[in-house]
Design a protein around this ligand. Structure first.
Ligand code: HSE
Length: 429
């Protein structure tokens, strides 16, 4: 094959990035593949001023592209799960390969789409859906193919990492102000609550876990918590006791089942994941032969995401005529319905912050409640009295989630404890 014709559906931040990268690096790609990737058509609601569309066939109807017999690969960058699903199904039915950056689409409809792609003998590739420019799908599917993956943890949402970093370094900036900057930079989802409340990270964790463990895509079973309750105060207290707060996606295979969880986590300052700042992402994978490996790079933005989209197109070009690469990373028949462990049965250490009245015996009551639930205290710090209340910071040893929940309920019921406790899990890897 000396040429591959692509149709780009969607010309927003990522679409424009892909368009411009294919134009800019056409020679470089030809040097690597011996072939040309030609943009046969672009489908978009409106032109993007960052793209020179002179001499490019443009349609306002994205479905024109999937019905264009010239096109070999549909690049789906419209986002969402309604039109995108119909479009991708139609493309597969028309025997076109599909490359997408749409994590929600694959997390929610991947099983059906992989089946359809398998039957049609086409590729359905989604490197750009996870961690922007980091080739983590390739690393797991190809680089670690000889391993059994045991565990992975990652900072997989650039927007939340950007916000947490700004809260840490410029503590006086409001949450809304930092979020607005992330939106202006093109990092945030169309609905930014997907970033802030952990939905986007849960989509990506669903894909990573299925790729790593060969388990069915199970977005509904992911436990998720966002960053909207994290305060600058928590970040400062965590810092004082040697930790950073990061929003992590964690997947672990244990004898009980698979843990799938997305939540803020205290990580020791010296850990590599704690050094990942701003919009950068990182995924750490532990597998039986390679041991610990880590993948780092920009998790969002036009250039990095386009890099992964174009890499998928290049893969399709290189594989043309060869045996089909397994889209899902595992043979479809070998994908298992692995049980997902309920969050209440998961063990973790915890950071607790509570405000107590300045009265004698409060500490004793708190310690008693924790010990009644077999919860050992690793660190306990009483901060300075502020407006009649004393902030108390506790870090526990590893304990079952259900035990900490029961203890929190009793602590909050104490007359001397004001308001709700802040609870953040502490990384134990
Ligand atoms: N909103 C996503 C993020 C974009 O911030 O990571 C990349 O998937």
């Amino acid at each position: 094959m000396d040429q591959l014709a692509v149709g780009i559906c969607g010309l927003g931040t990522v679409g424009a990035g892909v368009f411009n990268l294919l134009e800019k690096n056409a020679e470089e790609i030809a040097r690597k593949t011996g072939a040309r990737i030609r943009i046969a058509q672009v489908g978009c609601r409106r032109d993007n001023p960052h793209c020179d569309l002179t001499n490019i066939a443009v349609s306002r109807d994205i479905y024109a592209l999937v019905n264009n017999p010239e096109i070999d690969v549909i690049i789906e960058l419209i986002g969402g799960t309604d039109d995108a699903l119909t479009l991708v199904k139609q493309a597969i039915a028309n025997k076109k390969h599909v490359v997408t950056a749409n994590k929600a689409l694959i997390a929610l409809h991947g099983a059906e789409l992989f089946q359809l792609a398998d039957e049609a003998g086409v590729s359905l590739k989604y490197e750009a859906a996870i961690a922007g420019g980091i080739p983590v799908v390739k690393a797991i599917r190809e680089g670690l193919a000889g391993n059994k993956v045991e565990f992975l943890a990652g900072i997989i949402n650039g927007t939340t990492n950007f916000i947490l970093t700004e809260m840490e370094t410029a503590g006086d900036r409001s949450f809304a102000d930092v979020l607005k900057e992330a939106q202006d930079l093109g990092y945030a989802e169309a609905d930014p609550t997907f970033d802030i409340e952990g939905v986007d990270a849960a989509h990506k964790l669903t894909l990573l876990a299925s790729m790593a463990f060969g388990m069915a895509l199970n977005f509904g079973a992911v436990y998720l918590e966002g960053i909207s309750k994290i305060t600058v105060q928590d970040i400062k207290y965590a810092e004082e006791i040697g930790f950073k707060i990061k929003h992590l996606g964690i997947a672990r295979q244990t004898a009980k089942g698979v843990e799938l969880r997305v939540h803020p986590t205290l990580i020791e300052k010296s850990a590599m994941l704690a050094q990942v700042n701003g919009v950068m992402n990182a995924v750490m994978v532990i597998s039986d032969a390679a041991g610990e490996t880590m993948y780092y790079g920009a998790g969002a933005g036009a250039g990095p995401t386009a890099s992964s989209v174009v890499a998928d197109v290049v893969d399709i070009l290189r594989a043309a005529g060869d045996a089909q690469i397994e889209n899902a990373g595992f043979v479809l028949g070998a994908i298992q319905d692995l049980p997902v462990t309920n969050i209440s049965a998961i063990e973790s250490a915890y950071y607790l912050r509570l405000n107590a009245l300045d009265k004698p015996g409060v500490m004793a009551q708190i310690s008693t409640i924790l010990s009644q639930h077999n919860i050992s205290i690793e660190t306990l710090i009483q901060k300075d009295l502020h407006k009649g209340e004393v902030p108390i910071i506790i870090v526990t040893d590893c304990v079952l989630e259900q035990a900490i929940n029961a203890a929190i309920e009793e602590l909050e019921a104490l007359h001397e404890v004001v308001g709700k406790l802040m609870r953040i899990r502490v990384a134990t890897f």
